[in-house]
Design a protein around this ligand. Structure first.
Ligand code: PHE
Ligand code: ZN
Length: 882
């Protein structure tokens, strides 16, 4: 292979079972800052389902091999071959055997944060997707399941806490030394990506949990010394998750202990290692003074997510990485349901859909589009995406919509029973739902295979004479990379027909059948549904609860949308109707701004928002969502091509001013009405009050009056919690340049020793929509608190600039694109995963207007031309330009 030859992609169609299986793994890990020594004893046997007579091929990456024996006898140098990526035993005896392999790795030099590394001195591991091969030679694939026993040894002084997977077996001093050890045993066979160990100087909090069948589980959360008081909310969320999974899915915990460790350097949110979850500390640590309501909600969701993986991911794992959505989509669906039960269901749905539209829809519409289950990849790390996670969860949700509550539960029960202990596939999963319900899910399965967001166009007509109402539905699926032809999808379209009094009319189809649970099954490219006994013209409420992840367009009038915004019994569509009005307005206003014409008056939107604000029966958290003006990114997505971010920014700013002016008295009244009573509590009801109050504060300040800015300043100064304090700070930073620097300085002074809070401070500055933002970001990279090696710092500063500051990232002079490209090139040498994620911020570059599009393309080409790029960045840049 020449120096620049790219290895061929991995293809789903090429899957073959492993030739060798591993039954047990005994690891002896001696921790050391620069030379950790790992002795792995593997009992292996030929796989009857594999190719007979095969060599043993073990993956490896950046390992130093010290010794290897087969059944206790050192292997001759001619018996095996070592390359940078593998250790191959050329002609092993074709019978059960034991291999013992000794490797040495350097945890302190591991800046990729994959394998065994150190975070603030703590030893920890990250093995998903392919990190175990950076610890020892191993068949690093999820369909090789083994029982692990791990002995961890370290200097007691350096690492008094030693944690592994499964249950603790024994621990003690290493005679005559300053070292100690602990042995852990995990009785449940698992793939190596679920392996973990931790060694460090950590504090902990503990609690007991008694499972449904009365087994006691010792729970522990380990954090940096001095931070235990910030772990309480995570512990509470963990216990609630454990109970919920028993009650809702019948899933009981299966070990004597469950530990969580928070580390400061982590590539992702958290990791579901068996019995030993390792978390980015951002998703564990919270106190009213340091965490916002959104932080608390994220902690609750991610603690639940990782815990739920114990069944959906660990007890049933994935056959290969193409099946990633099998565990991730399903587990996101489960954590969404948990949060919906713990908080307000409609508000949770609204925020999940906003996330989906904000992150997944653009992915589906750009060069990085891929199916929920991809069929080829060059770098699996690049497929931990919004499509696999969030769209994957939508697909599971649609299954529930199609089958109903009971049918869905029957399918889940069958899946958990039939595949316990398996490395399963999406087909296995769907077959359980088909079998349990006696249905054919062949067409439904296209949701896993076809990429792109379906476009559904609906028009309605009422026939007064026939007393009937007809919906004509057309579906199309645009071409996406690698998929030019598409088949029609099965789209569960939940609908309602709302009568003039706001009541839902009965949905009887012309064949006399009822649209079951209000769901129309759209299966054809064009299809019509006729409802009978409709005596008055109704307003159709379409895709209720966002029942299908589609882009819906209809011929609905603004008056009808206004009606829905006020009267729809489906809270999601009430929200969505106002959003549709706002988006329509902003698209029109953006076009006017570009043409130098006067901007239209937002009368309909003001009417909708005013009505929502005045409706005292609504949940404050819902009102806060309903009052939020679509983001600049939302508008860009809606426009779709030839996007000018400055015009969008101008249109949106102007709209906010108009809404502010029109609704000031009502906003002020709501701001006062929702003043806090009592001490801060993170629970949903009081978070909702704060959300509404802060939304009002923000809209008022959008007017720019001295009075509204003084109110924001007072809000900042009197806040007794991070939610209010940080919200007011953002407001001042964005809307009050004259108050900005003093407020930023005061905030920094107060929280300078708290890295997670300093991240917020940096992220905020990176989002200011002014040309100076670029220099500010550059300057902050030299700030004492910034570190290129820490993913949270990089995401806070550079990630926020690229993802949340469209006018400055897409500056017309190209300087924003250059800054991010430079950062990507720089970071790639240290942490390819982080670099690749940052680069994915360019995913919508083709939809920009020509000048900005050219500068984005130039930046991407500059990255592509850099010699020595990682496979991660090579893959993203290649597909982005492809
Ligand atoms: N599996 C982790 C999750 O729950 C995500 C992750 C992937 C973490 C890869 C680290 C590395 O969703
Ligand atoms: Zn997950």
């Amino acid at each position: 292979m020449s120096r620049d030859a790219v290895p061929p992609p991995v293809r789903l169609g090429d899957y073959r079972p492993p030739d060798w299986l591993v039954d047990t793994v005994h690891l002896d890990v001696r921790l050391h800052p620069s030379a950790a020594r790992i002795v792995a004893r593997l009992t292996m046997r030929p796989n009857p389902a594999g190719r007979a007579g095969s060599p043993i091929v073990l993956d490896g990456d950046e390992l130093s091999l010290k010794a290897i024996t087969l059944d206790g006898v050192p292997l001759a140098g001619t018996a095996y071959v070592v390359t940078p990526t593998a250790l191959t035993l050329l002609a092993p005896p074709q019978r059960p055997l034991t291999l013992e392999i000794e490797t040495v790795v350097n945890p302190s030099a591991n800046t990729k944060l994959m394998g065994l590394y150190r975070s603030s001195g703590t030893y920890c591991t990250q093995c998903e997707a392919e990190g175990f091969r950076r610890i020892t030679y191993f068949p690093d694939r999820p369909d090789v399941l083994a029982v692990y026993t791990t002995r961890i040894e370290a200097e007691r002084e350096e690492a008094p806490v030693l944690l592994g997977n499964g249950n603790p077996v024994e621990s003690g001093a290493v005679e005559g030394t300053s070292r100690h050890y602990a042995v852990w045993h995990d009785p449940w066979p698992k793939p190596c990506y679920l392996f973990a160990l931790v060694g460090g100087r950590l504090d902990r909090i503990t609690e007991d949990f008694v499972t449904a069948t009365g087994k006691k589980v010792a729970l522990g959360i380990y954090v940096e010394p001095g931070k235990t008081e910030r772990a309480g909310y995570a512990m509470d969320a963990l216990k609630r998750s454990m109970r919920w999974d028993e009650e809702v899915f019948g899933c009981e915990y299966d070990l004597d202990v469950f530990n969580i460790v928070a580390v400061a350097d982590f590539n992702m949110g958290a990791m579901e290692n068996k019995g030993l979850n390792i978390f980015n500390d951002k998703y564990v640590l919270a106190s009213p003074q340091t965490a916002t309501d959104a932080d608390y909600a994220n902690i609750e969701a991610i603690i639940a997510h990782e815990y739920f993986h114990n069944w959906t991911g660990n007890r049933i794992t994935c056959r290969d990485w193409f099946q990633l959505c099998l565990k991730e989509g399903l587990t996101v669906f489960r954590d969404q349901e948990f949060s919906a039960d713990a908080r307000s269901r409609p508000v949770k749905r609204i925020s999940d859909v906003r996330l989906l539209k904000g992150h997944q829809f653009p992915e589906d519409a750009g060069p990085l589009a891929h199916p929920v289950r991809p069929d080829s990849y060059r770098e699996i790390n690049n497929f931990y995406t919004a499509t696999v996670y969030e769209k994957g969860a939508e697909v599971v949700r649609m299954l529930k919509t199609l089958l109903g509550e009971e049918g869905f539960r029957a399918g889940m029960d069958l899946y958990l029973d039939r595949h316990d202990g398996d490395a399963a596939t999406v087909e296995d999963f769907l077959t359980c739902f088909a079998d349990a319900n006696g249905v054919d899910l062949t067409q439904f399965a296209l949701w896993y295979a076809q990429s792109g967001t379906p476009q559904v166009t609906v028009s309605g007509s009422w026939d007064a004479a026939a007393r009937s109402y007809r919906l004509d539905v057309v579906q199309t699926l645009p071409p996406t990379p690698g998929q030019s032809e598409k088949q029609p999808m099965l789209i569960p379209l939940a609908v309602g027909l709302v009568g003039p009094d706001g009541q839902d009319l009965p949905l009887t189809l012309d064949d006399g059948s009822n649209a079951e649970r209000g769901v129309l099954l759209v299966t054809q490219p064009r299809q019509s549904f006729v409802f009978r006994d409709i005596a008055q013209r109704p307003v159709p409420s379409l895709n209720r609860g966002f029942s299908a992840p589609v882009k819906l367009s209809s011929d609905m009038s603004t008056a009808d949308l206004l009606f829905l915004a006020r009267h729809d019994s489906d809270p999601f569509n009430r929200f969505d109707a106002a959003q549709t009005i706002a988006l329509g307005h902003l698209v029109e206003a953006t076009a006017a701004a570009r043409a130098g014409a006067d901007l239209p008056a937002p009368d309909a939107l003001v009417a909708a928002l005013g009505a929502t604000l005045d409706d005292g029966t609504l949940d404050p958290a819902f009102v806060a969502q309903a009052l939020s003006i679509p983001s600049e990114t939302d508008v860009a997505r809606e426009i779709g091509e030839d996007v000018d971010p400055d015009a969008i920014h101008f249109a949106r700013t102007t709209l906010r001013q108009a809404v502010s002016a029109a609704l000031a008295p009502a906003l002020e009244a709501a701001y006062i009405r929702h003043a806090p009573s009592g001490a801060y509590s993170p629970e949903a009801a009081s978070a909702g009050q704060r959300a509404l109050r802060n939304t009002c504060l923000d809209l008022l300040a959008a007017g720019g009056t001295a009075e509204s800015l003084a109110r924001a300043q007072a809000h900042f100064e009197t806040a007794d919690n991070m939610t209010d304090r940080f919200f007011a700070l953002s407001l001042l930073a964005h809307a009050a340049p004259q108050a900005r620097e003093a407020a930023l300085a005061a905030f920094h002074e107060r929280f300078r020793d708290d890295p997670l809070v300093v991240d917020k401070w940096m992220a905020l500055q990176a989002q200011i929509a002014e040309p100076q933002a670029l220099e500010r970001v550059r300057g902050l990279t030299h700030h004492a608190a910034f570190a290129w090696s820490n993913p949270n710092r990089v995401r806070a500063l550079i990630g926020s600039f690229a993802g949340l500051n469209p006018t400055q990232f897409h500056r017309i002079d190209g300087a924003g694109h250059e800054l991010v490209a430079d950062a990507v090139i720089d970071i790639d040498g240290r942490n390819p995963q982080l670099a690749a994620r940052l680069l994915a911020a360019f995913k919508s570059w083709r939809s920009l207007e020509p000048v900005r599009r050219a500068s984005a393309e130039a930046a991407l080409r500059r990255v592509a031309d850099k010699p020595g790029l990682s496979p991660d960045v090579t893959d993203i840049v290649g597909r982005s330009l492809g």
